[in-house]
Design a binder for this molecule. Sequence first.
Ligand code: B12
Length: 302
Amino acid sequence: MKQGKQYYIKQVANVTGLSAQLIRKWEERYQLIQPLRMPNGYRIYNEEHVNTLLTIKALQKKGFSIKEALSLAADNTKEYEDDSDAEELAYSPIEKEPQLNNFVISLLERGIACNELELAIILKQAYHFYGLSAFLTEVVSPFLQEVGNKWEAGEWDEYQESVSSLVVRDMLVQIRRNFQYTENAPLVVGACLPMEQHEIPVHYLLLQFLLKGWKSFQIGASPAPGSIEALVTRLQPKIVLLSASTTIPFEHDPELLDKLDRFAESLPAISFYMGGEGALAYTKNNMPNRIKIANSIADIVL
Ligand code: B12
């Protein structure tokens, strides 16, 4: 069992969105989770327990019965303990549920309470602990994914979602501003499409570019129509990243993709990429000619 931070049942209930009563019931009935006991009888949980409960919850949401979920969650935990068994994984009936580390669990606790100051402190600690690359993949991404799950399940209100994500956004902006680069580094410009508020993916991608020796410019969330074209013409970057987490930009302006594609065609020296869940969904039936559709930085030719 992994050592590390310990949690009381109330904290586990808060983070997982399961009631303390249900967590105790599962322990008594199915013995999957066996928390330690303090001398006064209080249950003490660790990171692995929290993850197992989240996995069971996610599996139930996918339609598995509690018994199936328990047995798959036990396999999921085993697979994480022994990641070498790649062949067994390939035949696993479920995708591995992401495992949250203690930083992410602590962030969720502070997000529930909308505690901006502590959210910022934990993010900084995690950044120093992991370094930028792993901070993005191990903390920022799983935290926001879980925030989204909680918002979608109605466990978190919009205020909790927006406070938590704003603190993350501010941290990413701060890191980007302080990042040293050489003046002759190639330039990448990142932009949300007009009407798109989800700007964190753009900060995230630009930070990944900085790590690869690029310099970056970000056009803010929901830019005014025409401003992407104006700034790209002025800055003449090597690469332009366009992001749409939702399909709102395309619904709002059905001509948008065509206009941007024509603009991209007029600048053959610049590579244009478009990504994000909304862009992927929309371009399934509306493939642009010049703009390439991409899912991550790995899809981009640097
Ligand atoms: C934070 C957040 C917000 C914040 C945004 C803050 C900000 N300044 O960015 C706020 C509160 C403003 C917000 C608002 C809304 N949100 Co919101 N939000 C999220 C949340 C929790 C996290 C998004 C995020 O930053 N993830 C972290 C990044 C790093 O990961 P990523 O988004 O997956 O991006 C990666 C890839 O997609 C890819 N990528 C993205 N773009 C590009 C571009 C290129 C070129 C490439 C190569 C790759 C690439 O690379 C990124 C890095 O790996 C998600 C939950 C989720 N599951 O994603 C919902 C989510 C995106 N939101 C959603 C919704 C519905 C909304 C609202 C409509 C309603 C609401 N919640 O109030 C509004 C929309 C407003 C608008 N007009 O855009 C839905 C979208 C569903 C859909 N596809 O339509 C989600 C998925 C929540 C859900 N589970 O339902 N949201």
